[in-house]
Design a protein around this ligand. Structure first.
Ligand code: ZN
Ligand code: ZN
Length: 181
């Protein structure tokens, strides 16, 4: 099974990530853009302010090192938990408040072997882009379908319990903090 590695800017945090069954999506929403920008990582955004994301089953990603160097924040009350590294403020991933919904969306920019990722065929929330983004091959429907399929597998196999950002009791492994200034 082919794997890649997610590594923060300074190298103290790293996760192995399986390349099986993930979905790649570029999101143009203000929160994704704002999160990267506030962390000083606007260089990862595309020319229209889109954020390249890789959605995987939680069990597909596991820490190699640095699990004690992460924290999470929220851009909006209803939005996802947005995780970043505390060593160098690299945007890491989005999750939901509970691991019971197996949702893990990694920041693609810091994955090695990017040529092995699926091509970008899904672009969502294009109306918030900084410029005109033409329709992608697939839309939100494809994203939701892939998520539903992965979630079912993860729930049936019990893989959802191995979410690297939650502990055995289903609590986040780090605290909720305000975004660094
Ligand atoms: Zn770091
Ligand atoms: Zn977004």
């Amino acid at each position: 099974m082919s794997t890649t590695t997610w590594t923060c800017k300074c190298g103290q945090v790293a996760l192995s990530v399986s390349l099986e069954g993930g979905t790649r999506v570029v999101c143009y929403c203000n929160s994704c853009r704002g999160f990267a920008t506030r962390l000083g990582a606007s260089d990862i955004l595309d020319e229209c302010g889109g954020c390249d994301l890789y959605q995987v089953a939680p069990e597909a990603a596991q820490f190699l090192r640095g699990a004690d160097k992460v924290a999470w924040t929220k851009m909006t009350d209803r939005g996802p938990a947005r995780w970043f590294t505390t060593c160098c403020q690299t945007p890491l991933a989005n999750t939901l408040p509970t691991p019971a919904i197996p949702f893990l969306t990694l920041q693609s920019a810091y994955l090695s072997k990017k040529d092995m990722l699926p091509p970008i065929e899904i672009r969502v929330l294009r109306k918030f882009a900084n410029g005109r983004v033409s329709a992608s091959k697939y839309g939100q429907g494809r994203l939701l379908r892939d998520f539903a399929m992965r979630s079912l597998k993860s729930r049936f196999s019990g893989g959802w319990r191995r979410n690297p950002l939650f502990d055995d009791r289903g609590k986040p492994i780090a605290t909720n903090v305000p975004l660094p200034d």
